[in-house]
Ligand binder design. Structure first.
Ligand code: M6R
Length: 613
């Protein structure tokens, strides 16, 4: 989703802005722009396409206009992911009106009212964006005092926003304010920096703070002042970055996605090991999760989006199996419109890699309003979801850059498993001995992940076969159905091949009519309990000409005529196979997309962090 960078200080602002935007490319965008102060005033350059296109355009501008070569030490930059208005130079940010130049992440919900109110004053925007309306609104409120202008303007704005604003009268100062959309900032001896994501700041500082909602940050060369809308100074808490830049770079892999797939053994160790105490028992005390929270829960709702929601589908099976209380999994974007049944005995688990997904955050807020206890499983420290939850289990997967979520998903599963074990133990549903056995198996699973990664060759072969398809199916039962959903989204988002996940037993109620000669079907048959039934379903599709990629737990005896490829995962307890199966499905999607010659890390139309509804 849109990215923001701002800088004022001793360095060359254009370089800081362009490098920052490049670092934020992984969020997904379709145009980019910067505004920077030179001795001739604030200049703006914008371009559709990649940051490299923007760089070229700036070079051209500089060739024509020598004044551009003069140093600029203050500016703001943006990568835009179109919401209001098409992908055009005019719609790209920054937007200027009179003395106000600004960039914006988020969505202004009452843009129509704002547009009408401005039109009544004879003001007409040049672009089709909600952002330009805010620049116009701010300019119309401006009487020489930026703080007052921002205060007056945000009082009239509904929706989610993160703004960085330059006023022509104070061209070396950046003002920032946010609501829901993230903004982080830091000050160093080189100056002051602000960004939508700390990945853009890590070259300059290992400490940053999150700008509190509806507070104004004033960035000058010498410092950053943060105050409430009423002007009261506040000092936000500084957060230390614990991982290094190498973790956010490709480290020799052709794509972040492949690197992140291969990082899963390490990521899982970081997620699991600190939460296992002597005797192989779960220990969530460092996460400040008291045993008392397990006592009065009558039901659990897991809510999340996309891949994080698919982790929830596996979590539901685990919690229901071990604790025997009802669990439902709700798509976060639907949750708040369904009048869900929630009370003080409900435990709501939200799951999010970024911790900034707008729909998940809104679901969390609804749950809190209804007095539920909210526990979140989050990767990004101090993200909005983490901050607003009662309890947080961090996944410790390290930065995930590729849009397709891989290591965050398996780390989410690990948190859900540890949590279920602790929950079951806390409620007396399993004995310490049973729990220790389960954790020993969970630790053993990490080694099985290493082994799964060695299946890359056969998965690449199967991927090259799938690359020719335009439609395919993922089928499974129980846990394997949950995994089918994940396999399908992974393939769709990066290979652009249409696929559907189906509960294998449901095929004959309609979908079987779509299986014809050559239709690829990825069949997950990893669960002993339903293995024979699953193989019958595989026979059903094979008999209609399907090309079958069969994924099994170990190498059970299967008639070789029912599959074209067999991916035999290292043998594990059935309930732990989601970890290894997920990795196989991730590699299958990766190699399919690779064979189609696609971009992989930044698929079209998608963004890493979806901070709008
Ligand atoms: O940051 P989140 O985990 O909240 O993101 C949720 C989804 O947008 C995300 O999982 C998405 O489905 C992935 N791109 C799938 O790989």
């Amino acid at each position: 989703m849109c990215g923001i960078i701002g800088f004022t200080g001793e360095l060359d602002a254009k370089t800081v802005l362009l490098d920052g935007l490049q670092t934020l490319e992984y969020r997904g965008y379709d145009s980019a722009g910067i505004a920077y102060y030179t001795k001739d005033g604030i200049k703006t350059v914008k371009s559709v396409g990649k940051v490299s296109c923007l760089r070229e355009k700036i070079d051209q501008v500089e060739k024509i206009d020598q004044a551009e070569k003069s140093p600029s030490t203050c500016g703001i930059g943006h990568t835009r992911w179109a919401t209001h208005g098409g992908v055009t130079d005019a719609n790209a940010h920054p937007h200027t009106c009179g003395k106000v130049t600004l960039i914006h992440n988020g969505i202004i919900e009452n843009y129509h009212e704002l547009e009408n109110a401005l039109a009544a004053k004879g003001k007409v925007p040049c672009s089709q964006t909600d952002t330009e309306l805010v620049a116009m609104l701010m300019d119309s409120c401006y009487e020489g005092n930026p703080m007052e202008t921002i205060k007056k303007s945000v009082a009239q704005i509904e929706g989610a926003f993160a703004f960085c604003i330059q006023f022509a009268d104070e061209p070396e100062v950046i003002y920032c304010i946010r609501k829901q959309s993230p903004l982080v900032a830091c000050h160093t001896e080189n100056g002051s920096f602000v960004a939508s994501d700390m990945v853009a700041l890590i070259t300059y500082s290992r400490e940053y703070f999150v700008l509190p909602e509806l507070h104004i940050a004033k960035l000058t060369k010498g410092r950053i002042e943060v105050s409430t809308l009423e002007g009261k100074a506040v000092s936000p808490e500084m957060i230390k970055i614990t991982w290094d830049m190498a973790a956010a770079k490709k480290g020799g892999y052709p794509h972040f996605m492949l690197k992140e797939i291969h990082e899963q053994p390490d990521a899982l160790q970081s997620t699991i090991l600190p939460r296992v105490k002597e005797g192989n028992l779960p220990d969530l005390t460092a996460d400040h999760i008291p045993l008392s929270i397990f006592k009065d829960i009558s039901h659990v709702i897991i809510t999340a989006c996309g891949t994080a929601m698919h982790a929830g589908l596996v979590g539901r099976i685990m919690i229901e199996k071990l604790i025997r209380i009802p669990v439902s999994v709700e798509i976060a974007s639907e949750f708040r419109y369904q009048d869900p049944v929630i009370n003080e005995k409900t435990l709501v688990i939200t799951i999010s890699q970024s911790g900034e997904t707008a729909d998940t955050l809104a679901a969390l807020r609804l749950a809190k309003e209804k007095k539920a206890t909210v526990l979140s499983i989050v990767n990004v420290k101090e993200s909005s979801i983490a901050r607003e939850s009662d309890y947080v289990l961090y996944t410790h997967a390290g930065p995930e850059i590729a849009v397709a979520s891989t290591k965050a998903y398996t780390a989410q599963l690990a948190c859900l498993f540890l949590f279920s074990y602790q929950f079951a133990l806390g409620r007396g549903c399993i004995t310490e001995k049973e729990c220790a056995d389960k954790i020993a198996q969970l630790l053993h699973m990490i080694a099985a992940i290493e082994e799964t990664l060695t299946l890359e060759k056969v998965l690449e072969e199967a991927g090259s076969d799938l690359a020719k398809a335009e439609d395919l199916f993922f089928i499974g039962r129980g846990m394997d159905y949950a995994l089918s959903c994940e396999g399908s989204i992974k393939l769709k988002e990066i290979s652009y091949i249409h696929s559907e996940a189906y509960a294998a037993g449901e095929l004959k109620h309609g979908t079987l009519s779509l299986i014809v000669e050559g239709t690829p079907v990825v069949a997950l048959a990893t669960q002993e309990k339903v293995f024979a039934k699953m193989i019958s379903n595989v026979r059903e599709v094979k008999a209609r000409g399907a090309r079958v990629i069969l994924i099994t737990n170990g190498r059970p005896e299967v008639d070789a005529s029912v599959f074209d490829y067999q991916i035999a995962l290292p043998k594990l307890e059935d309930e732990l196979v989601p970890f290894t199966a997920a990795i196989a499905l991730q590699m299958l999607a990766y190699y399919t997309a690779l064979h189609r010659g696609l971009e992989i890390d930044q698929p079209r139309n998608l963004a890493k962090s979806v901070t709008v509804e």
